[in-house]
Design a protein around this ligand. Structure first.
Ligand SMILES: CCCCCCCCCCCCCCCC(=O)SCCNC(=O)CCNC(=O)[C@H](O)C(C)(C)COP(=O)(O)OP(=O)(O)OC[C@H]1O[C@@H](n2cnc3c(N)ncnc32)[C@H](O)[C@@H]1OP(=O)(O)O
Length: 343
């Protein structure tokens, strides 16, 4: 596949100029240096302004949900059960406040499958990653799959399995939680001592109550991780916005800080038709999945969990995202393997 980066045309198009070294020896052509002072390698670890704005949608959504639940008289006066982590079904203030709502059962509870399907469809159909609808393994596709697998490992470790109980359940047990078999007092007594059921799923399966510990919101974690993975992958591939593409900073192997534009020129994985076409099927589906995830995040923020459980889940999700999407910007060896979206 030959390199097909655009030739310089207008200052607003990506990949149109050779970015000067930012913390190296100043070059005569570096008029940018006056506007962009030299950066330290650490600056590569931080999001650009536009990325910060997009990331702030997540705490913004949690805040919006919390404000709604405080201001809405129906929600404020509905009883809340800390054990159920929700309003009891008979007092649920909205359809979306019920655990059995169809969007929860078929969408969030299968949220990683939706994320996977949306990403795979995007990788297979968007021309910036490879020939549409042909399963050719281009470097961009391979690296996107590697990043996806790393984020999937984080999802699985936190919510499904981590050499036994997943991290959420381990945290719950460590903070004093346990499975209480309320229907069988004998078994319950025994359970308190042995703590035989060490996962929330196992406990609920035998009719027990997962009680007493600190349980971060699995919904906030999954919805944040899945939707942010999609936009971290998709926006740099399809957008021309400087802050999502070329303006990202990277540390080169000589320790100098450049922008992603120079990395893109060096790597030259360009594919014909890049970013020239309208949103294809893959992008439309991904946008739909991201939109649904945002809505369910808002509903989770409004009706479920405590404030602290939701905010810690957000931090845990962004820890994994940061390791996959920001850390490689400062670690060239890691970037050589997992790459960067849009490069
Ligand atoms: C060229 C191209 C190459 C391509 C190359 C491809 C490579 C391809 C690699 C393949 C790689 C394989 C990888 C596959 C990966 C999968 O696809 S796996 C299969 C799909 N599985 C999933 O998606 C499972 C996703 N679900 C989960 O992870 C967990 O269920 C969740 C979402 C984290 C939620 O956990 P949770 O127990 O519900 O916990 P939490 O949020 O704390 O909620 C507490 C309670 O409040 C309720 N609640 C909370 N918020 C809400 C809400 N908003 N509304 C209603 N109820 C709520 C919950 O329902 C829960 O109640 P219970 O049900 O326990 O009574």
């Amino acid at each position: 596949m030959s390199a097909r980066r655009k030739t310089p045309s207008t200052p607003s198009t990506p990949h149109t100029y050779t970015e000067p070294i930012l913390n190296g020896t100043p070059t005569p052509s570096s008029t940018n240096m006056r506007n962009n002072p030299p950066r330290t390698p650490a600056s590569a670890l931080f999001p650009t302004r536009l990325e910060t704005l997009l990331i702030s949608l997540y705490p913004g959504t949690l805040l919006l949900g919390s404000i709604f639940s405080t201001l809405s008289p129906t929600t404020r006066h509905a009883p809340y059960s800390a054990t159920l982590q929700s309003h009891p079904p008979d007092f649920a203030p909205s359809y979306f406040a019920q655990k059995r709502n169809i969007f929860n059962v078929f969408f969030v509870k299968q949220g990683w499958a939706w994320t996977t399907a949306a990403l795979v469809l995007f990788l297979l159909t968007h021309p910036s990653l490879g020939p549409p609808m042909r399963p050719v393994l281009t470097p961009r596709r391979v690296r996107a799959v590697l990043r996806y697998l790393l984020v999937t490992l984080w999802w699985a470790g936190v919510t499904q399995w981590f050499f036994g109980a997943p991290l959420i359940d381990r945290g719950f047990l460590l903070t004093g939680g346990q499975c209480e078999l309320i229907k069988d007092p004998g078994a319950r007594e025994e359970m308190s001592n042995t703590r035989e059921y060490v996962t929330a799923a196992g406990c609920k399966l035998v009719g027990g109550q997962w009680k007493g510990g600190y349980d971060i919101s699995g919904h906030v974690f999954l919805l944040t991780l899945g939707s942010a993975l999609l936009w971290f992958e998709i926006l740099p591939a399809v957008s021309r916005a400087e802050g999502l593409r070329d303006g990202r900073r990277v540390v080169m192997s000589d320790g100098k800080v450049r922008t992603a534009a120079s990395e893109a020129q060096r790597e030259s994985h360009g594919v014909e038709g890049e970013a020239e076409e309208g949103p294809g099927l893959g992008m439309k589906v991904a946008l739909g999945v991201m939109g649904m995830m945002w809505w369910m995040l808002l509903m989770t923020a409004a009706f479920f969990h405590t404030w602290f459980e939701k905010w810690t889940a957000l931090v845990v999700a962004f820890t994994g995202l940061w390791a996959v999407y920001f850390l490689p910007r400062a670690v060239p060896a890691m970037r050589a393997i997992v790459g960067m979206p849009g490069v």
